[in-house]
Design a protein around this ligand. Sequence first.
Ligand SMILES: NC(=O)c1ccc[n+]([C@@H]2O[C@H](COP(=O)([O-])OP(=O)(O)OC[C@H]3O[C@@H](n4cnc5c(N)ncnc54)[C@H](OP(=O)(O)O)[C@@H]3O)[C@@H](O)[C@H]2O)c1
Length: 349
Amino acid sequence: MKQRPADRQPAPARKTPGDARPVLVVGASGQLGTRVVRRLLALGRPVRAFVRHTARFEHLKHPRVQIVHGDLADAASVRAACSGAGAVVATANAAAPTHGGSFASVDVGGYAALIEACRQQGCGRLVFASVAVTPWDARLPLFRHKRQTEQRLRDSGHPFAVLQFAPFMDDWFALAGSALAARGDPAALVDRPWPFLQRYMGVVGGLVEKRGLALVPGGGAQVLDFLAVDDAAAALAAATDHPAAANTTLPLGGPENLSWQAVAALLSQVLARPVQVVGTPAWLFALQQRLMQPFSEAAANIMALNWLLAQPLPPQGTATAGLLGLRLLRAEDFLRGQAALPPRAEERR
Ligand SMILES: NC(=O)c1ccc[n+]([C@@H]2O[C@H](COP(=O)([O-])OP(=O)(O)OC[C@H]3O[C@@H](n4cnc5c(N)ncnc54)[C@H](OP(=O)(O)O)[C@@H]3O)[C@@H](O)[C@H]2O)c1
């Protein structure tokens, strides 16, 4: 498995008695899951990657990665995967569903099965990738399910750590139209074969590089604490055995609070071309959420997420980074690192 320039300074390996047992990564084929696998390998931990038969997982192949096939909707496969796991990191979700996945089967039923399997099999700590707490959680399907799973985990009595992440810069910069943001990523969210997402990316993908337009939720002045996916992965990997993460919920945001206008200015500097923000009012996303809800909960959820990012979100803070010994990537350094990678197809067209 190749390391990308963004994979910076892995924390020094900690030797604990649990090190010999593999860490099970549920969602290993996803964007964050893939980075978690890399981070665990860099810490010297053996990995068991839980992937569906239909997943793209060739990029995970490595002498210390055991690939096991299963599905969160198949409780027997979850139990088998958990057997002998020293810790579990769970990033799987149905926000960009493929092959029939739904919030009900993955984020609700799947996680209930996973928590139960961890308990039955006596796995080590279950580390759960969650989302920031906001005043609007009840409006967002994904956020409601995350809160439910967090509670289920706390009530289970099984050792856990919950990481509540701010929006990922890799994803939201790419969704705003920057192809640069997804360069070199073998499992970029924006490449997931979900028709709704692919239609959207067919329109916006590369607009920043080609036309100097960044399509953003809201007016562009609201501030967000964007976090690099690689830093979220480092936090999850560290939380598998860090004493300060035991049975704790840890919020983590990026090192800066940036408006979309500030992001556009950074893109402009890095690309050496003007980049203009084109905002979409929050009410339009709220309307689209309502219209899409009867047809696709996942599409409605994407509209709700866009609505959320147009709100004045409370920042998550960086105290967790200090606790886990992480140095967080600034957006400018992320973009400069990405700019050094070969362009994606949509940038060459
Ligand atoms: N993006 C953000 O701004 C943001 C912010 C805060 C927190 N988060 C959280 O961070 C995580 C992001 O993870 P990611 O980037 O890896 O997501 P992703 O790229 O969308 O990948 C989803 C993963 O879940 C797996 N999965 C889906 N259904 C499954 C099932 N039934 N059984 C087993 N696996 C299944 C997928 O497998 P296939 O490849 O087979 O489909 C894939 O590995 C999520 O939990 C998200 O809520 C995201």
